[in-house]
Write a protein that binds this ligand. Structure first.
Ligand SMILES: Cc1cc2nc3c(=O)[nH]c(=O)nc-3n(C[C@H](O)[C@H](O)[C@H](O)COP(=O)(O)O)c2cc1C
Length: 230
């Protein structure tokens, strides 16, 4: 299990590295930087179109996680991150460039993670478009409010109904690992006491189409639908 999760993390690292490399390519066409890998001559995959190592498609669809932190003056900041995943049962990993958020979490050692949903598309995208360094009141401008987490030194965004409260385990080479110390959910997204994604209505980032997509209905039982082949 841990091995699989490590592979997922490695894929995420590769995705973000490729993202940075793509930006480098755009800035300096045909100029190899030391961290860029050498070009590989690709062979056709029969019946398919090759996209090479385009970062856009690596793990799409990706989750839209919303990271909330306090800044040095205790102002809340929220940013969108799509290069994120689960590393272990109680750990998440997020690939981050330098942002106000990263300054904040290095200061406090904590953050919360919520999930963008169909009701909050515009606000969530705004949190990915604008930096708290330029717009210190970006959370309020989006009309969102926060409550201090009782468990970690970070804000909980009231408008997102599912939130993980996280302690920073490490933040090295742009890779944030957080320990989830608590998850809390608003009653409005529960069915029989369990989180119900039909009610949460989370969205995912479609890196191929550069858009957000809704998740639709359950289409099978995990560790169940495949039993017919056993
Ligand atoms: C769809 C989307 C996905 C993003 N994913 C990431 C990500 O995974 N890692 C990252 O460092 N920045 C990511 N960003 C960029 C940050 O959200 C953006 O730079 C934000 O303004 C940072 O806010 P802050 O400076 O207030 O912390 C993403 C933005 C969008 C719109």
């Amino acid at each position: 299990m841990k091995h699989t999760l490590t592979l997922v993390a490695a894929a995420l690292i590769m995705a973000m590295t490729a993202c940075n490399q793509q930006e480098n390519k755009q800035e300096s066409t045909n100029q190899n930087t030391p961290e860029m890998k050498t070009e590989t001559t690709l062979k056709e995959v029969p019946g398919r179109k090759n996209f090479g190592d385009q970062h856009a498609l690596v793990t799409t669809p990706q989750p839209c996680v919303m990271i909330a932190t306090w800044d040095k003056d205790h102002n809340p900041d929220v940013m969108m991150a799509a290069w994120a995943g689960q590393l272990d049962y109680n750990q998440i990993v997020i690939s981050l460039s330098k942002h106000k958020t990263t300054d904040n979490l290095e200061l406090t050692g904590a953050f919360t993670v919520s999930f963008a949903d169909e009701r909050t598309v515009a606000e969530s995208d705004y949190f990915g478009l604008v930096s708290g360094n330029d717009v210190p009141d970006k959370v309020a401008r989006a009309g969102f409010t926060v409550t201090p987490s009782p468990n970690v030194d970070a804000p909980i965004v009231n408008e997102y109904p599912l939130t993980l409260e996280c302690r920073v385990v490490s933040f090295e080479d742009g890779m944030l690992i957080g320990e989830v110390v608590n998850q809390s959910a608003d009653e409005s997204i529960l069915t029989d006491g369990k989180v119900d994604l039909t009610k949460l209505k989370p969205i995912v980032f479609d890196a191929a189409g550069m858009c957000y997509r809704a998740l639709s209905d359950s289409v099978g039982q995990a560790w169940g639908s495949g039993k017919k082949f056993q």
